[in-house]
Design a binder for this molecule. Structure first.
Ligand code: PMV
Length: 325
């Protein structure tokens, strides 16, 4: 009744931003992401019939928001699977938490896979998807490796669905992360999404246009068309940030170094390097590159004033069980 699972964060090239106005943490829009390698979350989970509640340790914290979210996900797991026992959970990662590097995505993907393995419930992918998605909207995408598309409810779908578009090795991209600030973000994505939906004048149009962006990006992945994916991903990222910037009150995730990195990547592309930027709900800039461009992009971003660290990743695999007893 014990399992260890590992999952990698993913970054969205077509962003999830906005929730449906009903229970279950359901996204209002679909998204398209790439799963990374190098960065990882690892969860050790043991069900113990002797426990009278879940005991959770997230990166050394046994109380607080992160531990509560893990306990809520375990409750959800028990409700869905009928499994009766409480668990002892230890979860950690090798990168900064809550800094726009999608630690919740890899954390919850590892958690649901570990719970399922430890209990021996062998839930179908659709159930793991819903459990991970209910815990963190982007977590379901980390169940798969490579390129992943997530469909929001709608068009006759009641729940989210994920689909792998390509394996990591099918189109090996490299990602250079410029860390400009490793502290926790000032406003969490849930709160900021609510503010965008309620107050940004651009929100409805964002939701309306998302299916077209998703289809275009899927076609770019299918055709391995880097230039087209670059243009679309930057467009979609800036639209998402336009929502946060035009919310009342505004949420500004960027630091001066974030913007400096954006300009640098655009300049590098204008100079002929195959790279584009994307930024999530935090100040880090992720430059997605064709492999031959990655060293030059990493070198250039390391020199941007305010960049504290450069992380390098390729595309990685989906969540998996490492050990089971
Ligand atoms: O999964 P959440 O609730 O942390 O939201 C993720 C939102 C973005 O990272 C900004 C976009 C995305 O699709 O990952």
């Amino acid at each position: 009744m014990r399992a260890t699972a590992e999952a990698h964060p993913n970054i969205a090239l077509i962003k999830y931003w906005g929730k449906l106005d009903r229970p279950g943490n359901l996204p209002a829009v679909g998204s398209l992401s790439i799963t990374l390698d190098t960065l990882r979350s690892r969860t050790v989970l043991e069900f113990d019939p002797g426990l009278d509640r879940d005991r959770v340790d997230v990166a050394g914290e046994t109380e607080g928001r992160a531990a509560e979210r893990v306990a809520a996900c375990l409750r959800d797991f028990r409700d869905r699977s009928g499994w009766p026992h409480y668990a002892r959970v230890e979860s950690g990662g090798n990168f900064p938490l809550a800094a726009g590097l999608a630690s919740s995505a890899s954390g919850f993907a590892a958690l649901v896979v570990a719970a399922d393995a430890a209990a021996g419930t062998a839930l179908p992918l659709a159930d793991l998807t819903r459990l991970a998605g209910a815990a963190s909207g982007s977590a379901a995408r980390s169940l798969h490796g490579g390129f992943v598309r997530l469909e929001a409810p709608g068009d006759g779908r009641e729940e989210i669905e994920i689909r792998q578009l390509a394996e990591p090795g099918d189109w090996p991209l490299e990602i250079v992360v410029a860390v400009t600030d490793a502290g926790a973000k000032p406003v969490g994505s849930t709160e900021a999404m609510r503010a965008s939906a309620a107050t940004s004048p651009y929100y409805e149009r964002w939701v309306r246009e998302q299916p077209a962006d998703l289809d275009d990006a899927e076609a770019a992945v299918r055709d391995r068309d880097f230039g087209r994916l670059a243009e679309l991903a930057e467009f979609n990222c800036l639209k998402m940030h336009a929502l946060t910037l035009t919310s009342r009150p505004a949420v500004i995730y960027w630091k001066p170094a974030t913007l400096a990195c954006i300009h640098r990547v655009r300049q590098l592309r204008a100079d002929g390097l195959a790279a584009f930027f994307t930024v999530d709900a935090g100040p880090q800039v992720k430059a997605v590159c064709l492999p031959h461009a990655a060293d030059a992009v990493a070198g250039a971003l390391a020199e941007v004033p305010g960049v504290r660290e450069i992380l390098r990743c390729g595309l990685g695999a989906g969540a998996r069980v490492l050990e089971r007893e």
